[in-house]
Design a binder for this molecule. Structure first.
Ligand SMILES: *[C@@H]1O[C@H](CO)[C@@H](O)[C@H](O)[C@H]1NC(C)=O
Ligand SMILES: *[C@@H]1O[C@H](CO)[C@@H](O)[C@H](O)[C@H]1NC(C)=O
Ligand SMILES: *[C@@H]1O[C@H](CO)[C@@H](O)[C@H](O)[C@H]1NC(C)=O
Ligand SMILES: *[C@@H]1O[C@H](CO)[C@@H](O)[C@H](O)[C@H]1NC(C)=O
Length: 322
């Protein structure tokens, strides 16, 4: 994977760099031999997962009515594994549902860890085939909120994470009260420890990388609005601005909760400001490896900060060594 030497250009200030990255990799990877071809003659023991549905998968993994969800394509399996090790350390791995973006990921995960991956067809395996602004393109960019909305409609609490994250603590104790949607700020400016939990006025930059939602009408409304916003801006491959507009437009009707910065810092703060990290030592719950351009760079940064766990701790992962 590292040999693919993929260089990504997108705004480093944006966590959904990751989403753009998924789209770009989908464009580039076929030239290296798309991994799905490995699975052309899929044994029937694995082929059954083709028919596994989101409702079946969610009911299999949910505990206490809660699922932890990510969306992953094949090149990101090492990041998935890293994230999983960190979740296993917090004893929440049983609740993880991997929404596979290609059949290789679906089969790889379910072979090692039956029932924990699902693919919602059609697999978005060729973004290039979609014209900007077309229904197909919209289908691709709006997949994430549509999956999340579906899970809410099935009645689950949903914890969504990008897989370029590492849990240092159990995040659930921070999901206090009965708010509809919980999220974290992606601005890097240091805030006081007792900052407000309201959506900030002016220009919010909420990260679409980590969202916790309850299956309330408010939670569903935000997801529906997000889908509408993405529909309205078909030129983008990055879904974070649409998420922010959805939050601003529903703020009057939905109970929103901004999580504490010290526990859920943006990568632009955690990896860039040693003084702040020292000051807030012991308070960090989830670290997000954003504000960086490039796949190898992301991996190296996790490595440099002691957050790359797959080399030495793969056996802690439910997927083992990949
Ligand atoms: C999947 O479902 C279809 C339609 O119900 C069925 O024809 C097919 O045999 C199933 N495939 C597998 C591998 O179970
Ligand atoms: C489910 O809830 C119970 C009671 O609140 C708690 O003890 C348990 O740890 C929870 N399980 C998970 C997997 O979160
Ligand atoms: C878009 O998604 C809808 C609903 O899943 C589907 O019916 C339609 O065929 C898709 N269109 C394209 C062009 O992918
Ligand atoms: C880094 O963190 C310190 C301590 O919280 C803060 O005073 C300083 O303004 C931060 N530096 C930058 C560049 O944000």
């Amino acid at each position: 994977m590292q040999n693919h030497n993929v260089t990504i250009s997108s705004q480093p200030s944006n966590s959904s760099t990751f989403f753009s990255l998924l789209v770009l990799l989908g464009v580039i990877l076929p030239w290296f031999g798309a991994p799905q071809f490995l699975f052309q003659n899929t044994p029937s023991s694995l082929a059954k997962w083709r028919n596994y549905t989101l409702p079946q998968a969610a009911s299999f993994v949910a505990k206490n009515g809660t699922v932890i969800v990510c969306t992953v394509s094949h090149p990101f399996l090492p990041f998935l594994n890293n994230w999983l090790i960190s979740i296993t350390r917090q004893k929440h791995q049983d609740q993880v549902l991997v929404i596979a973006e290609d059949y290789a990921t679906l089969y790889t995960v379910n072979q090692k860890w039956p029932g924990h991956a699902v693919l919602v067809p059609p697999a978005p395996d060729s973004p290039t085939a979609q014209n900007y602004g077309s229904q197909g393109f919209f289908n691709l960019t709006s997949r994430r909120p549509r999956h999340l909305l579906h899970l809410l409609e099935l009645g689950y609490n949903v914890m969504y994470n990008d897989v370029d994250m590492v849990w240092l603590k159990d995040p659930f104790p921070y999901m206090k009260g009965n708010h509809d949607v919980y999220f974290s700020d992606d601005w890097t400016a240091v805030k006081p420890l007792d900052h407000s939990h309201d959506l900030e006025k002016g220009q919010p930059n909420i990260c679409s990388c980590m969202i916790y939602m309850r299956p309330t009408s408010g939670g569903k409304l935000v997801m529906k609005k997000w889908i509408d916003e993405l529909h309205a801006e078909t030129m983008k491959t990055n879904d974070q601005p649409g998420f922010n507009r959805a939050l601003m437009k529903t703020a009057g009707q939905v109970d929103l909760y901004l999580l504490p910065q010290a526990a859920f810092p943006t990568g632009g703060l955690y990896f860039e400001n040693k003084t702040w990290v020292e000051e807030t030592k012991g308070m960090h719950a989830i670290i997000h490896n954003n504000y960086i351009v490039g796949f190898k760079e992301k991996l190296k940064r996790f490595h440099d900060f002691g957050l790359w766990l797959v080399d030495d701790h793969a056996k802690e992962s439910p997927l083992g060594r990949l």
